[in-house]
Design a protein around this ligand. Sequence first.
Ligand code: CLF
Ligand code: SF4
Length: 287
Amino acid sequence: MEAGRVRELHPCFGAKKNRGRIHLPVCPGCNLECRFCDRKINEEEQRPGVTARVITPEEAVGYVEKALQFCPEISVIGIAGPGDTLATDNALNTFRLLGQKFPRLLKCMSTNGLLLKDRAEEVIEVGIDTLTVTVNAVDPALEAKMISGLVYHGRRYEGEEAGRLIIGNQLAGIRKVAAAGVTVKVNTVLVNEINRFHIGEIAKAVKEAGASIYNIIPLIPQHDLRDCEEPSCIDLAIARKEAEKYIDVFRHCQRCRADAVGVPGKNNFSKEVYGGLPRVKDTFSHG
Ligand code: CLF
Ligand code: SF4
């Protein structure tokens, strides 16, 4: 879809009018170990009720229909977790199914980017309109502080080796999908203790790779980074100013859950739409 149309219809890519999105929590697993991500709690709760909160691609159709009744402003189907969207086939299969049923809704996906280089062709073939990649550093030494490790093609990596691997895959992946016409947003989780003075470099690198918009998400201190400070409004303003030298900055992020439904910042119909599903506190979204 051409960029002007995306800006008009997508609440996270600059739409001025009331535009909504439904997040479909279809992705159970992750291949990365972000040190700020509390998904362990979810993993420990491996009882039937909790796993049931991840829905199947087939169930997704019914949830979208229901969501449109509650919120006709919905213009975007987003898949953003709770795990990574490329770690399993669930997200792409869901879009294959929904693309035919709801052709007027934008297909938006969010990923950590570890598998983006490998799966870019599928992302393009499925017709993803907007893709968000979370890039928290472009320096392997800093990325190594953001993650404990990762699993790639069946092998576990740690430290700078892991950092180099994911950064290379993210940037190469962004290049591929952006060149094919997918509108790319990059999210960065701002951690004062780790990447506060690195934001400009990230913004520059992702812009060069083809991203068109950048979103800085202040850390919610938890898990291994629970002792880090929560960035203030001033920290965020400084980081945005730095990024803006290189790329357009999105300023209205609501740090949505992976099962959010409605117009971001205005209303949320998760309960009404997913009401029958048991929920846990940290249904994470990469945004
Ligand atoms: Fe969802 Fe993300 Fe698509 Fe938006 S959210 S997958 S791009 S439809 Fe938006 Fe929510 Fe911020 Fe994300 S306000 S967390 S940026
Ligand atoms: Fe995986 Fe996302 Fe959590 Fe990172 S933040 S560990 S990519 S689910």
